[in-house]
Each structure stands twice: as C-alpha cells, then as structure tokens.
Write a protein that binds this ligand. Structure first.
Ligand code: AMP
Length: 115
C-alpha cells in the first residue's frame, strides 16, 4: 500500500509542493504548527529512521541540505528554525514515511525543559 506521502509525491493527492527533485519532495504541512511548516520527504518510501541503512547516508544529507535551502527561501534562516524527525510511537510519528519537519517563522518553545 503506498503511503499518503507517496501519493502526494506522485501527484495523486493535492499538496502545496515547494520543492521537488529526483530524490526528495517538500510540501507544506496541512496542519501547520508554525508560520513556516514544511515536510521534506524522500521520494522512495522509508518508513522510519530505524529503517535507514548506510546506503541512505547521502539521501539523509540531501534532505537536510534541502531543508536549509528552503529555510533561506522562506527567509527564516537568520532568526532560526527547527528540524525534527519523529520516530515511531514515543516519537509521535503519525505518517510512516520518513520526513523532516522544517519549522520556523516564530519563536519556538523548548521541546525539552532544562533541569
Ligand atoms: P509526524 O507526526 O512526524 O508523522 O508528522 C506527520 C505530519 O504530516 C503532521 O504534521 C501532519 O499535519 C502532516 N500531514 C498529514 N496529512 C497531510 C497532507 N495530506 N498534506 C500535508 N501534510 C500532512
């Protein structure tokens, strides 16, 4: 069964796509948690971080570089932003197709409190 994101990548489900190349697709989150909330997704379906292999090393690096370029495009690079990858249930992952969340455009609260 193709994932929801695989369908978005193939154009079978509409999305607000902001970037696409032969390895990754990036589109705006349908339920944004910040003024800028973009998901950077590999075109090949990898369910979670746990499923990454050595072969995916360059792909993951590319995903981060695309996130960096999109942050510049969205003009949030100077104030800063957050990149998040959720993994499995305790990580809060809902869609089992690897993705980086790019969040910015406002001051984001700490995710983990200092002691
Ligand atoms: P995660 O909890 O890390 O798996 O994140 C999944 C994200 O996908 C959530 O932030 C959802 O709001 C987002 N999402 C779900 N469906 C869609 C969709 N059709 N288009 C864009 N983003 C979506």
């Amino acid at each position: 069964m193709p994932t929801l994101f695989a369908k978005i990548i193939r154009g079978e489900i509409p999305s607000d796509t902001v970037y696409q190349d032969d390895r990754v697709t990036a589109f705006r989150d349908i339920n944004p948690a910040a003024p800028v909330h973009i998901l950077i997704v590999p075109n090949k379906t990898i369910p979670t971080v746990n499923d990454l292999t050595e072969e995916d090393e360059a792909l993951v690096g590319h995903m981060v570089l695309v996130a960096k370029k999109l942050a510049a495009q969205e003009q949030i690079e100077k104030n800063g932003y957050r990149l998040i990858i959720n993994c499995n249930i305790h990580g809060g992952q809902e869609i089992f197709h690897l993705h980086i969340h790019l969040l910015g455009g406002k001051l984001l609260r700490r995710m983990v409190q200092k002691r």
